[in-house]
Design a protein. Structure first.
Length: 330
């Protein structure tokens, strides 16, 4: 089996690129690391630049540069493709359709439809039972979100964009907070100020989510990695003392934790629903019994769980995925 991992750059591997490319090679697979933002077509046959990794036992680590000759690799010559990031903003209107077209002939670990439509936070209401998600309001109109906040200003809220990652622009709104109004204006595009001054430039509104704050977060948040519907790795996330966010890139720390049966059952039930839409690898942010977010494109957690626990689960992930697709093709 030849696996093509499409990533942002082969000069600095990510936290999934490195351990998973090692694991698939240990299984005897050929692994090509290709550039996601260099997808092109020759008479509508799609290819990219990439490097075929040598089967020489060399292990890569996050931050490593791939050693080898860069060549051209056609997507239809691979037996499995893994999109390990989002295309750059300037390119996604072209890259996503080309990848979808390629997926009509070659299996993808995570389906293009799932990555495009289920990765944003809008999808939580579809994927999660009501008992396992926070009540949320989604709009690109400041007055609507502001009115919802004012009606329940005695409680804490979280405000954030629906498509952000790594804790970007995630705000904690305090009860009757003096900054709540300006934060919601900012997240929805500051349309009030622009209209007041008659600025030109077209449509300015942006979507934002106003979400009830989950008190269970204070007791500890967990990142769970689910592969082919199985919870395979997890770690706790200890937030920075000066920040309400626990994201690792925002100063949070991965810590070893146990998972009780209810948490595993909930993670795997969500994993099974994701599989029905072609998503076979995902990261779940949980403060039981609530799921806070689902991360489908390059979810961190597998490598962080290894650092926290000392156990590398990448071989188990590779085995589950290879077995799933071999079964599907038989």
């Amino acid at each position: 089996m030849r696996l093509l991992i499409l990533t942002n750059t082969v000069d600095c591997l990510g936290e999934n690129d490195a351990p998973l490319s090692n694991a698939f090679r240990r299984l005897g697979c050929e692994v090509v690391l290709g550039e996601l933002n260099a997808i092109a077509a020759d008479d509508y046959r799609f290819f990219t630049r990439g490097v075929l990794l040598a089967q020489d036992g060399q292990s890569y680590h996050p931050g490593s540069a791939v050693v080898g000759h860069r060549g051209t690799y056609y997507l239809d010559e691979c037996q499995l493709i893994w999109v390990m990031n989002h295309p750059q903003d300037r390119l996604f209107r072209d890259v996503w359709p080309m990848l979808w077209l390629a997926s009509q002939h070659t299996p993808f670990v995570n389906s293009i439809e799932g990555l495009v439509f289920l990765n944003p936070k809008h999808a939580l209401g579809y994927l999660l039972p009501k008992a396992n998600r926070a009540h949320s309001y989604i709009s690109n109109e400041f007055p609507l979100l502001w009115e919802r906040y004012r009606q329940n200003s005695h409680q804490r809220w979280v405000a954030k964009p629906p498509n952000s990652t790594n804790g970007q622009n995630v705000f904690l709104l305090s009860p009757n907070g003096s900054n709540a109004r300006v934060i919601l204006q900012c997240l929805t595009g500051n349309t009030v100020a622009q209209e007041s001054y008659g600025e030109l430039g077209g449509f300015k509104a942006e979507y934002a989510i106003l979400q009830e704050f989950i008190t269970q977060v204070a007791q500890g948040e967990k990142r769970v990695i689910v592969a082919c519907g199985k919870a395979v790795a997890w770690h706790g996330r200890q937030g920075h003392p000066d920040d309400h966010r626990s994201n690792i890139v925002q100063g949070g720390k991965a810590i070893p934790v146990d998972m009780h049966p209810g948490e595993i059952e909930l993670s795997e039930s969500v994993g099974q629903k994701l599989m029905a839409h072609g998503i076979n690898f995902a990261g779940i942010d949980m403060a039981y019994p609530y799921i806070l977010e689902l991360n489908l494109a390059n979810p961190g957690g597998l490598y962080d769980a290894q650092l926290a626990s000392g156990v590398d689960r990448s071989d188990q992930v590779a085995e589950l995925i290879v077995a799933h697709f071999r079964k599907s093709s038989s």
